[in-house]
Design a protein around this ligand. Structure first.
Ligand SMILES: Nc1ncnc2c1ncn2[C@@H]1O[C@H](COP(=O)(O)OP(=O)(O)OP(=O)(O)O)[C@@H](O)[C@H]1O
Ligand SMILES: [Mg+2]
Length: 261
């Protein structure tokens, strides 16, 4: 394989037609990712993050360009890349354990090995005591942990996450972010994470791609050069925050808002 990047996105463009209007959603997007990296795609609603993630996962075809995973073109969903959605996608009639095992059905593991593997990943996300519970019996944060265990259990090369923690409260979100970091450090999984949460991007990502819309482009790439686990209250964290807020023009402009007391 030589020095080929783990994932390479090459000149991806995508337009949608609606009401006879052409909406150029992605315009010539290119980047490469190395094995074990965590990348955050950060941008406002509608800038094309999910479309780009779906193209990387092979769920959507680009109009132009190509995506290569380990030097092979992605043209359809593959077991090498697993998508983790915001709304869990659990099967309500299966227990937590059986939901995680479900992700292993197409593998060559025996039933016993599947159950062992599923238990291991439920354990990693802190749910070993809940394996027999059904999705409706557990909290939203636990549902998302089951979904993470199910995504990790097949040991994919790449995990694609579309706002995986957006529906969770702050405590659950922070907790799951830490669990994800722990697991990622152990397994060296490569992660592409879509988010519009600036702190989440700084906390988890090695590099943040700032996307702007109309058409969606990667406007800027930020290397987060803080060692993990990161301290959300450290001044260096705030420096990155400020840099990103400036990118989106959210920093307080002296003349932007006038307060009359
Ligand atoms: N199947 C589709 N048909 C037509 N237009 C689409 C389709 N999918 C996405 N779009 C349009 O493409 C643009 C980008 O959508 P996308 O879902 O990728 O945005 P996003 O950055 O993920 O937004 P959000 O943060 O709200 O999830 C939007 O204008 C959307 O309306
Ligand atoms: Mg989206």
């Amino acid at each position: 394989m030589g020095d080929a990047p783990f994932l390479s996105v090459e000149e991806i463009s995508k337009a949608f037609h609606s009401d006879q209007v052409l909406n150029q959603v992605l315009d010539s997007i290119s980047f490469t990712i190395q094995r074990g990296e965590t990348i955050a795609l950060l941008g406002e609603s509608g800038c094309g993050k999910s479309t780009l993630l779906n193209i990387i996962g092979g769920f959507e075809r680009p109009d132009q360009g190509l995506v290569k995973l380990q030097n092979e073109s992605i043209t359809k969903p593959s077991r090498k890349a697993i998508m983790l959605f915001q709304h869990y996608g659990l099967l309500p009639w299966k227990s937590a354990l059986k939901n995680v095992e479900f992700g292993l059905e197409s593998s060559s593991l025996s039933a016993k090995e599947r159950a062992e593997r599923a238990r291991h990943y439920l354990d990693l996300v802190g749910l070993s005591g809940k394996s027999q519970m059904f999705p409706h019996e557990v909290s939203g944060g636990m549902k998302q942990r089951i979904a993470i265990a199910r995504a990790l259990a097949p040991q994919p090369e790449l995990i694609l996450m579309d706002e995986p923690f957006a529906a969770l409260d702050t405590f659950n979100r922070y907790h799951l972010q830490d669990q994800l970091l722990n697991i990622q450090a152990k397994e060296q999984t490569t992660i592409v994470l879509v988010t519009h949460d600036i702190d989440e991007a700084i906390y988890l990502a090695d590099r943040i791609f700032i996307m702007h819309s109309n058409p969606g482009r990667i406007h800027h790439e930020i290397h987060v050069e803080l060692s993990k686990p990161r301290d959300r209250s450290h001044p260096d964290f705030y420096t990155y925050r400020k840099q990103i807020l400036d990118e989106f023009h959210f920093s307080r402009q002296e003349s932007a808002i006038e307060f009359h007391i």
